[in-house]
Write a protein that binds this ligand. Structure first.
Ligand code: XCC
Length: 654
C-alpha cells in the first residue's frame, strides 16, 4: 500500500493529495504526519481547569496499589477519575451547545418567517407543522397556519431558556424510556440550563464525583438529541420541506470546469436554501455568462451539503477531509462557510489558489477570509452579493485547474416520515413492514452509522468497511453526516446496491420496497431522525417496549468532533449500544471508562464501546443485535432465513 493509499480509500481524494503536493500546498493530511496527538490529552488526563495547572494525571502504566493510586492527583487533589469525567463532560457540553445554538438560529428565522417578516422563507410542510403543534400543545382548531406557526416558534424558543420541568420532545420517547430517565433524574429542563450547569459542574472545585459528572453529562446530551438537534430537524423540515427521496451526486467530480463553482460548507441550511433559490435567478446566470462561464454550479460540503442534497438534489463535493481538497482543484471560485467543522487552514489553502473564502456567520469569522454576514432580513441580497463575488473571481482561476472525474449517483432523503410512507404506503403509513421483516429475520437489525472523518485514520475506510460488513449481514444502515457522504461516494446509496452488497434477506426487502441498503437520513442534527425512527419501530409493536429492546446499535468509527461525543452520549442514554473508533477520550481513568462501557448498561440500558477495527466493530454490533433478537425470542426466525440463504447460494452455484 502506498503512502497515499494509507491516507484515503477515495480515488478523488488521492488525486487531489497528489495535486496539492505538486502545487506545494499543505493540507491536514501533511500536518497529521508531522504532528502526533498529545498522549496525555488523548486519554483525557490533562486538567487545565485552573492556572495552577495544567496538571497531568496519566493512566498508570501497570496495576497500582490503592495507596499509590491515591497519590495520583492534580494540585487541587482532583483524581484521574474527576479529570477524565470532567473532560468528557465538557465535550458533551460543547457538542450540545453547537447543535443547540444552530437550533436557536433556525428557530429565530422560523419565527420571523411565520410572522412574514423575512423574504424567501415560508412554511412549506403544513402537515409537519400540525404534528409539531400537537406535540407542543398548541391549539389548532380553525386557526391560521400563521397563528399556529407563531405559537410553535415561541414554544420552541422557550425550550432553550426553560428553567424547570421537562423538555417537550421528551414525551415523544417510548414510555418505558421516559420512566428510566425520570428514575435516574436525567430529563433535561432547558437546553441552555443543562449546558451552563455542566460547564459549572466541571469548573475547578465543583462536582468532583465522576459518577455524578457523567449523569449530568447524560442529561445534557439528552438536551441535544431530544432538544436542540430535534428542534433543528423539525423546524427545518417545516420551513424547507421534509425530505423525500431525491437523486443526487457525490464527490469532487461534481465541480465543473466551465462554470462558476460555489461550495457551501458548514451546518446551518438557512443561507444555502436562499442560495439555491438565487442561483437560478436569470440575472445571476447572465452575469456568470458575461465572465465566460456557462453558468453557476452550486455544490455542498459536509452537513450543509447533506441538507441541500436531501431537499433539492444539490450535488455534494465531499465530506470533512475533502474541504481543503475542493479548493485544491483550483476550480472553486468561492467557498462559503457558516459554523462548525470549517478548518482554519481553508484560508491558507485558498491563498495557494484563487478561491475566495467567505465567512457568513456573526459567530464564526476566519482570519484572511472575506466576511459577508448573513441576515435573514436581507437574505436575498446577501446571497446575490456572495454569488457576484464568486462570478467576479472566475477570471482569476490559475491554469492548474484539475477536477477529478469521480462522482457517484445517489438516492437520498430518507426522513423518518418518508420511511413510514415507503414501507406502508401513503394511506396506511406505518413501520409495520419493517418490524415484520425484522421479526421474520430478513432484516437482522438496524444500525446507525454516523459521524465525521478523522485524519488519524484512513479517510472513509473504517466507516465504509463497517457499513459493508453490516449490510452483508442483513443489518440495514441509517447514515448521517460525513459517514453518509462516504456511503454515497462508494455507491451504497442506490437501490441497486442492495443486490450487490447486502445479504439475501436485506436485499430482498430493499428490492421489494425499492430502497438502498443504507438510508441517508441527513446531517448530524438529523440523528434525531434516527431517534424518531427507533421510537416508531418500538411503538409499532412486536419488538419490545423500549429503544434498548431493539436489535439495533450505533457507531461512529471516524469521529473527531465534540458534537460526535454529545451524539454518542445521547444515543447511549437513549438505550443504544454505541461503538466509537479512532481513539477513546477517557482511557486515563479505568473507573470512568468502566462506567461508560459497562455500568451504564444497568442504568441506561445502553453503553459505549471502543473498537477502531471496523471488522471487529461490526462483530460487536452484530453480536449485540443477535443478543437482542434472542431476548425478544425472534432468533429462531433468523435461523430459517439462514437456511434460505444457503439455498440461494446453492441456486446461484447451480
Ligand atoms: Fe463535522 Fe457535520 Fe463530523 Fe462531518 S460529521 S465532520 S461534525 S460535518 Ni457531523
Amino acid at each position: 500500500m502506498s503512502d497515499l493509499e494509507k491516507k484515503s480509500i477515495d480515488p478523488a481524494t488521492i488525486k487531489m493529495l497528489k495535486k496539492a503536493e505538486a502545487d506545494g500546498c499543505e493540507t491536514i493530511f501533511d500536518r497529521a504526519d508531522a504532528m502526533k496527538p498529545c498522549p496525555i490529552g488523548a486519554e483525557g488526563s490533562c486538567c487545565k481547569q485552573c492556572a495552577m495547572g495544567p496538571c497531568r494525571v496519566p493512566a498508570p502504566k501497570k496495576k497500582e496499589g490503592a495507596a499509590e493510586k491515591a497519590k495520583r492527583m492534580g494540585l487541587c487533589g482532583a483524581t484521574a477519575e474527576t479529570i477524565s469525567a470532567r473532560n468528557f463532560a465538557r465535550m458533551v457540553a460543547a457538542g450540545t451547545s453547537a447543535h443547540s445554538d444552530h437550533a436557536r438560529g433556525v428557530t429565530e428565522v422560523f419565527l420571523a418567517a411565520a410572522k412574514g417578516e423575512v423574504e424567501g422563507f415560508r412554511i412549506q410542510d403544513e402537515q409537519k407543522l400540525y404534528q409539531l403543534a400537537m406535540d407542543f400543545g398548541v391549539e389548532i382548531g380553525d386557526r391560521s397556519i400563521r397563528e399556529i406557526a407563531i405559537d410553535v416558534g415561541h414554544k420552541a424558543l422557550a425550550e432553550f431558556g426553560r428553567q424547570e420541568g421537562e423538555l417537550l420532545f421528551i414525551k415523544r420517547a417510548p414510555l418505558k424510556r421516559q420512566e428510566i430517565w425520570r428514575s435516574l433524574g436525567v430529563i433535561p429542563r432547558g437546553i441552555d440550563r443543562e449546558v451552563v450547569e455542566l460547564m459549572h459542574r466541571t469548573h475547578m472545585g465543583v462536582d468532583q464525583d465522576y459518577r455524578d459528572l457523567l449523569i449530568a453529562a447524560a442529561r445534557c446530551s439528552l438536551a441535544d438529541g431530544w432538544g436542540g438537534s430535534m428542534i433543528s430537524t423539525e423546524l427545518q423540515d417545516v420551513l424547507f420541506g421534509t425530505p423525500v427521496p431525491v437523486l443526487g451526486q457525490i464527490n469532487l467530480g461534481v465541480l465543473k470546469k466551465d462554470e462558476v463553482n460555489v461550495v457551501v460548507h458548514g451546518h446551518e441550511p438557512l443561507l444555502p436554501e436562499i442560495l439555491v433559490q438565487v442561483v437560478q435567478d436569470h440575472e445571476i446566470q447572465k452575469a456568470a455568462q458575461r465572465v465566460g462561464a456557462k453558468g453557476i454550479n452550486l455544490a455542498g460540503m459536509c452537513c450543509s451539503a447533506n441538507e441541500i442534497l436531501m431537499r433539492h438534489g444539490i450535488p455534494v463535493a465531499g465530506n470533512f477531509l475533502q474541504q481543503e481538497l475542493a479548493i485544491v482543484t483550483g476550480a472553486v471560485d468561492a467557498m462559503v462557510v457558516d459554523v462548525q467543522c470549517e478548518m482554519q487552514s481553508l484560508a491558507q489553502v485558498s491563498r495557494c489558489y484563487h478561491t475566495k473564502l467567505i465567512t457568513t456567520s456573526p459567530k464564526a469569522k476566519i482570519e484572511g477570509a472575506i466576511h459577508i454576514e448573513f441576515a435573514e432580513q436581507h437574505a436575498h441580497d446577501v446571497a446575490k452579493k456572495i454569488l457576484m463575488e464568486a462570478i467576479q473571481n472566475f477570471k482569476n482561476r490559475k491554469p492548474n485547474v484539475e477536477i477529478p472525474s469521480e462522482t457517484t449517483d445517489t438516492v437520498v432523503g430518507f426522513s423518518h416520515e418518508t420511511i413510514n410512507y415507503l414501507l406502508g404506503g401513503i394511506f396506511r403509513a406505518s413501520y409495520r413492514p419493517l418490524n415484520d421483516n425484522i421479526i421474520n429475520g430478513r432484516i437482522r437489525g438496524i444500525a446507525g452509522v454516523v459521524g465525521c472523518n478523522n485524519a488519524r485514520v484512513t479517510h472513509d475506510d473504517p466507516n465504509l468497511t463497517l457499513i459493508k460488513e453490516l449490510i452483508k449481514n442483513d443489518v440495514i444502515v441509517l447514515a448521517t453526516g460525513c459517514s453518509a457522504i462516504t456511503c454515497g461516494k462508494a455507491g451504497l446509496l442506490t437501490p441497486e446496491a442492495a443486490k450487490q452488497y447486502a445479504g439475501a434477506g436485506l436485499a430482498s426487502v430493499c428490492e421489494t420496497v425499492g430502497i438502498p441498503p443504507v438510508l441517508h437520513m441527513g446531517a448530524c442534527v438529523d440523528n434525531s431522525r434516527i431517534l424518531m425512527a427507533a421510537t416508531a419501530v418500538v411503538k409499532d409493536g412486536g419488538l419490545g417496549d423500549d429503544i434498548s429492546d431493539l436489535p439495533a446499535a450505533g457507531a461512529a468509527l471516524e469521529w473527531m468532533s465534540e458534537k460526535a461525543i454529545a451524539i454518542g452520549q445521547y444515543f447511549v442514554a437513549s438505550g443504544v449500544f454505541t461503538v466509537f473508533g479512532v481513539t477513546w477520550p477517557t482511557t486515563g481513568s479505568e473507573e470512568v471508562t468502566k462506567l461508560l462501557f459497562e455500568e451504564f448498561e444497568n442504568t441506561f440500558k445502553g453503553k459505549w464501546a471502543f473498537e477502531p477495527d471496523p471488522m471487529k466493530a461490526a462483530k460487536l454490533m452484530i453480536e449485540h443485535i443477535d443478543k437482542k433478537r434472542k431476548a425478544l425470542g425472534i432468533d429462531k426466525a433468523r435461523e430459517r432465513v439462514l437456511f434460505d440463504m444457503a439455498k440461494r447460494r446453492e441456486l446461484e452455484a447451480a
